[in-house]
Write a protein of this length. Structure first.
Length: 173
């Protein structure tokens, strides 16, 4: 890729990340191009469909999330890593509207997009849960689907910190 094309692609990705975080997944390609300082055609050359743009943005965010999870797994006891990651995911979904919509199934399947890559969000979340359960820090009957539902409840709560405390108390053995 030529240097100017690579710069434009980077500008589009950065503008799209900011737009999705602020406005959610409904932001238009034209608006992303405007924010990036390029035309709609430039956006379309790099990302022929809106879904391909979503995929690039979401995968970049998932890469960041998975990296954080791996750091927690390496540096913290299993239970602490799980609960710290849970709070981190609430924060990420709260501050990034597009990610929150994607994680809740609102228009883009983030898990399918990331599955099979080195950034398999579903696998890392399951690993965190399994390790925490093996360590006795999380009840054995809790599933990943339960954790996702509770994550959504925390994001929607007006007092997220309080909700995280309530949820984590309920998850403990």
């Amino acid at each position: 890729m030529r240097a100017d094309a690579e710069r434009n692609r980077t500008k589009v990705i950065e503008a799209a990340m900011a737009a999705f975080a602020q406005d959610g997944l409904t932001v238009s390609v034209a608006e992303i191009g405007r924010r990036a300082g390029v035309g709609t055609g430039t956006v379309s050359r790099h990302f022929p469909t809106k879904d391909s743009l979503y995929a690039a943005i979401v995968l970049a965010k998932v890469e960041e999330i998975v990296s954080h999870a791996r750091t927690l797994m390496a540096a913290s006891p299993a239970g602490d890593a799980f609960y710290e990651f849970f709070a981190y995911m609430v924060e990420q979904a709260t501050t990034n509207r597009g990610l929150a919509e994607a994680l809740s199934g609102g228009g883009f399947d983030v898990e399918s997009a990331a599955t099979g890559t080195d950034q398999d969000l579903e696998q890392i979340e399951q690993s965190l849960l399994d390790r925490a359960q093996e360590a006795g820090a999380v009840r054995q009957d809790v599933t990943r689907a339960d954790v996702k539902a509770l994550l959504g409840a925390c994001v929607a709560a007006p007092d997220r910190a309080r909700m995280i405390e309530i949820v984590t108390a309920g998850l403990r053995r």
